[in-house]
Design a protein around this ligand. Structure first.
Ligand code: HEC
Length: 120
């Protein structure tokens, strides 16, 4: 009986976590992409974020993650998996890149979908 109950609970938990929405999956990937979350350097909305300020030869410099929420998909696709100084390399799959792009543009997608023209 105890074994059955444990199994039942395990299945419930599994069921609850395996049926996540596209939004939840996309948010999860953005915050935990098998490494440091993108938001740490690019901000919650991909708006860009100052990471640190430092001095180099007496000059004040800013190390920052650039805005990534207005990048065209082709650029985003190529840049995200390339070697960028100051950014970890993630080796993301095509689907993961698409999901991250969707996450950063989800409002735009929603707006477009709501304006969908109904044909008669
Ligand atoms: C440790 C900090 C850091 C993290 C974490 C990080 N990045 Fe970056 N990223 C950078 C820096 C620094 C640049 C280069 C900024 C520049 O050249 O001005 C960059 C550049 C980029 C660019 C190119 C932007 C452009 O317009 O050229 C993209 C796209 C990008 N990051 C996406 C991501 C995504 C998606 C994630 C999460 C999977 C991520 N980054 C995580 C620091 C980070």
């Amino acid at each position: 009986m105890k074994v059955l109950l444990t199994l039942f609970i395990a299945l419930q938990v599994y069921g609850a976590t395996s049926f996540i929405t596209k939004e939840e999956y996309a948010a999860g990937l953005y915050h935990n992409p098998r490494g440091i979350g993108c938001q740490m350097c690019h901000g919650e909305l991909g708006e860009g974020r100052k990471i640190a300020t430092y001095k180099e030869e007496g000059e004040r410099k800013v190390f920052q993650g650039s805005p990534i929420n207005h990048t065209a998909f082709a650029d985003f696709y190529h840049r995200v998996n390339s070697k960028i100084i100051g950014m970890p390399r993630y080796y993301l799959t095509d689907t993961e890149i698409q999901t991250l792009y969707y996450y950063l543009h989800r409002e735009e997608f929603r707006r477009a979908a709501s304006k969908h023209i109904k044909s008669k």
